[in-house]
Structure formats: C-alpha cells, structure tokens
Design a protein around this ligand. Sequence first.
Ligand code: ATP
Ligand code: MG
Length: 404
Amino acid sequence: MIRYGEIFLKSEPVKRRFISMMVKNIGLTLEAEGLSHRIEAPRGRILIFGDEPGRIAEVAARTFGVVGASICTVTTADIPGISAAAEERAERCILPGESFAVRARRSGVKGFSSQELAAAVGSAILNRIPEATVDLTTPDCEIFVEAREFGGLVYDEVIRGPGGLPYGTQGEVMGLLSAGIDSPVASWLMMRRGCLMVHVHMRGGRFGGADMEGTVLRHHARLSAWISAHPLDLLVVDMEPFFEAITALEEPRYRCILCKRFMLRVAGILARERGAHALVNGDNLGQVASQTLANLAVVAPAASIPVLRPLIGFDKEEIVERARAIGTFEAQPGDIGCAIAPRHPSVAAPATTIAQIEEKIGVDDLAVRAAGTVRRYRAKNGVIEGEAQTPGFGVSPPGRSHRG
Ligand code: ATP
Ligand code: MG
C-alpha cells in the first residue's frame, strides 16, 4: 500500500492527474526492476499486488510523491475482518513481554469510529495474546489498521518514501551540476518537487580539475536512479574559451562572479531552446565569496529565466546529510577544483565593473559559442547510455584551490 501526502489537498481533477502520474511512475519503475505487479488506485491509497511484496514495497517507496509504503493484508472493511488479520499480524510482530499499540484510521466507512475500531482490534489482540501489554506512547510494536471504502488494510511497518510531488507534474527545469556536493542535492530536491530535470555541466577544460567530468557523470547517473521510469539528460558545455578570456584580464578577483554569470547566461540559452522554465543551482547563502547576498544579486541578472536555489538556507551539514541519503556524497571525489580561482575573491563585485569587463571580452559571443558545443549524455536507471565514456574516474591528489 502506498500512501501519499499533500496531493490530498489538491482539487479532484489535479489529484486525479497527479495520482495517475505517480501510478505510471511506480509501474514503470517496477517494470524496470523486473517485478511483475498489478496496481489499483482506489480513493485515498495506491495498492500494488504482486508475488514479491517486500521488493515491491522497497522499490515503490523510492518514488517521488510517495510518503510511505507498507506490506498489507487486505480484508473486508468491517471490524471482524480487520480484527482477524490484525490478530495474525500481532502474533508474528509482538514478541513475548512486548507492548503494542493499535493505530486506526477510517475513511468513507460508516457504523464505527476510528477509536472504536482501535479499541475493538486492541481487545481482540489481547484476547489472542493475553501476556501482551498496551502502550500508546512508546510501544514495541505498532499495528496499523484502516477501514476504507474499498476494504480494510492491516500492516505493522511503514517504509518511508521521499515525499514531494510525482515526477513530471511540474514543468521542466535545467539543473547546473558542478561536481561538488551541493548541486546534486539541489537537483534532487527539485526533481522530488515534481520538476522534469535536464542537467548541464560547464567543462573547464585545462582550467578545471581532471576528475570533474567523471564525478559529474557519476552524480548524474545516480540521480537518474531516482526516476528510473524516465531518461535523464546531461548536457556538457565547453567553457575553456571563456576561461582563456578571463585569465587574460589583469584583475583576478572578479573571476568567480564572471564565471557564475557566464554559466547562468549559457544555461539560460540552452534552457530557452528546450522550453525549460527555470534554472536550478546549489547556491547556498554565504558558503563562498560568490554566494554573498551582494554577489548573488550581481550574478542573478545574467540568467534570462528564473534561477531556483533550493539550498539557499541550508547548513552545510544538512546538505552533506542529504547527499549521503541521496547517494551522491563522495568523501574523495578527486581533483574537482578550479585552477584559476583567485586567492582573494571579491565579496561585493560592482555591477558596472562586471558589465564593462563582460563587454570587453565579448561575453555574448562567447556564450553563444559555448552553447553550440553541447555533448549529451543520457542516463537511465543509474547507468549512462549512448555516448558512455566516463573519463576521469581515478582519484588524483588534491591541491587546487576551491574558493568559488
Ligand atoms: P557544489 O555547489 O555543487 O558543491 P561548488 O560548491 O563547487 O559545487 P559553487 O562554486 O558553490 O559550486 O557553485 C554554485 C553552483 O553553481 C553549484 O551548486 C552549481 O549549481 C553551479 N556550478 C558551479 N560550477 C559549475 C559547473 N562547472 N557546471 C555547472 N554548474 C556549476
Ligand atoms: Mg557550493
């Protein structure tokens, strides 16, 4: 049984559309895993029937929009039917000397309240296992029962899902993947929120770390495993000519601002070409010099479409924790630094100076040229297909500065 969260609050037609999208995503994911199944979506719940309920629950519980998955017994929607199944579960779940609680819900069923249901099921369990004790606050074992229009459900475990909205219910966005910890988390958060994702990585060539592209490809592949029903594209763009232009300038301290603006400019061009509605990046307030409030304000206007920054208010610890849970955290990502980050980057670049420098290097031309260098990598189910050469997998020594 799949439980969803805030989709409940939507209007009927929106709810129907979101649920059918989630059912489709779950179905395709189970198919990709070779799990035969049948899905029903009665009011309030999604039910999946199959021979391998354990694996089905585990796989389905990773789908965006899913709040929880449970392996259930389906019964009739009345107290005797639910009690009988609950007693059986209790016998398996409550060990000698343990306490239990019954958690009951009722929706669209008349004749008893959820409290009455809980009390009836509780005494049935005590009848069957007289040595068990009831503890409603910190029970050793919880028995969940639900009486719904379509029948009764009995279960004793909930596998937590990622929540969010079904993938594909929001528009397309373009996520900027660096090779660092933050950007994959930012991308995951927007995918979880239902956005169709396309990734873009700006290749620094000889100015970027040797392991950047390999690391980005790994992150990209891992993120694709969260939406196994869908392919996920990564566009790789060559930024080397831009770096040549800015390293020829006298003043190094604006490099990071120029670089971040250039990335947004190029990503904006690519996003517009595809009809994507917004860019997503891993900006995090105060993390590095280019992410002071003053500099974010100078960088932002370079994008021709909105920039979403889901990590802006996170602490680094929280981002790392998320990255671990998502599967993109790497303790030793290798050489992913920038070779030309200045020792003392400006924390408040003057917008007019930046505009003058950009004019001088012919930034518009450079951006259009960069946007013309796209190579595409398609990932599905955690694997890169197509142009699948994954360079730079080795770990090389650190040493490059990484100030951003
Ligand atoms: P991350 O933020 O992913 O840990 P980082 O901290 O090195 O990497 P920042 O310098 O903080 O990156 O850059 C802020 C954001 O800009 C990144 O989160 C990412 O979205 C985007 N970005 C940075 N470098 C690149 C790149 N080479 N290609 C694409 N996007 C990039
Ligand atoms: Mg960062």
